[in-house]
Design a protein around this ligand. Structure first.
Ligand SMILES: N[C@@H](CCC(=O)N[C@@H](CS)C(=O)NCC(=O)O)C(=O)O
Length: 299
């Protein structure tokens, strides 16, 4: 798979870049942003761990890179940031005039319904295709963490809970915690997956938390003045499900903050430091909350 450099600029001694590539999984060209730290005191051949960031409704690969101010801490900690787009795009790709369906609103699922299924395979793109591409082309190791915002927070929680062997740690800002039971989720999951709600469960963090056999460190930040909190996000549903099955989650609520990137920018340092604690450890097993010997691998 070849990569085409779209733009590049120096930031905090590292590089902020955008690339285009052909996605076999999504059957269209895709763009992603990446921040590559460049730390003078690291030895030649050093390989960095990666944080994947999934953005929310209406976003592209650029919202986080331009608004969150994450590069300073990523440079200091020595973490690569990978920021994919939120859906397949293009004239030939199905779309909907609403903000919460179609292009810019892929919900990180593999669609099974017409007209979406031809291109909307974002789950496979984020879990399989993109990491392969990143790991083949950049100086990184195979330690991955995942985070995101709103629809992307849903994506990060759902993907992290389903793939604990792939990610050292999971975090989210203002995530859609229970998409099966909120208007955004009901609309998207019924369009992409059809009417059978048992298929929706594999994409709902509140359901998945109860099915997890391996617990990763999980951190959520939520603003109390978030305009979508009560109707769309429902962190209390996830907290209840996690408490019921003994999955430890750290849910921090912040007075006065809303749903915007101003909130993300205010707390991104805490999330990067949280992930660094696990990404930069010597062995993955030290990150396990519940020790499961079968899944231990040297890193
Ligand atoms: N327009 C949408 C919500 C759009 C929105 O708030 N998007 C968030 C993610 S859910 C975002 O990150 N927007 C882009 C930005 O603030 O840069 C609605 O009101 O239903």
């Amino acid at each position: 798979m070849s990569l085409e450099l779209v733009s590049g600029t120096k930031s905090f001694d590292g590089l902020q870049q955008q690339y285009r590539h052909w996605s076999k999984v999504l059957s269209c060209p895709m763009q992603f942003s990446i921040f590559l730290p460049q730390t003078a005191d690291r030895e030649p051949g050093h390989r960095y761990p990666v944080l994947y960031w999934l953005s929310g409704l209406t976003c592209t690969d650029e919202n986080f890179s331009q608004k969150a101010g994450a590069q300073r801490m990523a440079a200091e900690l020595g973490i690569v940031l990978v920021m994919p787009d939120t859906s397949p795009r293009g004239m030939d790709v199905a779309d909907d005039p609403a903000d919460d369906l179609g292009q810019g609103a892929g919900f990180y699922v593999n669609a099974t319904q017409t007209p979406w299924k031809q291109h909307f395979q974002m789950y496979d793109y984020i879990v399989e295709e993109l990491p392969l591409l990143i790991e083949a082309n950049f100086p990184i190791n195979q330690r991955r963490a995942i985070s995101g915002h709103s629809m992307g927070g849903h994506g990060a929680l759902m993907i992290g809970l389903r793939n604990p062997e792939r990610y050292t740690s999971i975090s989210a800002f203002s995530p859609i915690c229970n998409p099966m039971a909120c208007p955004w989720g009901e609309k998207a999951l019924s369009a992409y997956l059809g009417a059978d709600t048992t298929r929706w469960e594999e994409y709902d963090a509140t359901v998945l938390v109860g099915r997890a056999t391996l617990h990763r460190p999980l951190f959520i930040s939520q603003g109390e003045e978030d305009e979508f909190l009560k109707q769309q996000l429902r962190p209390e549903a996830l907290q209840m499900a996690a408490d019921a099955c003994g999955y430890p989650i750290r849910l921090e609520r912040h007075t006065g903050y809303d749903h915007s990137y101003y909130f993300i920018a205010s707390f991104i340092e805490a999330h990067l430091r949280f992930h660094a604690d696990f990404l930069l450890r010597n062995r993955l097993e030290s990150t396990l909350v519940h020790f499961t010997p079968d899944l231990l691998k040297p890193w």
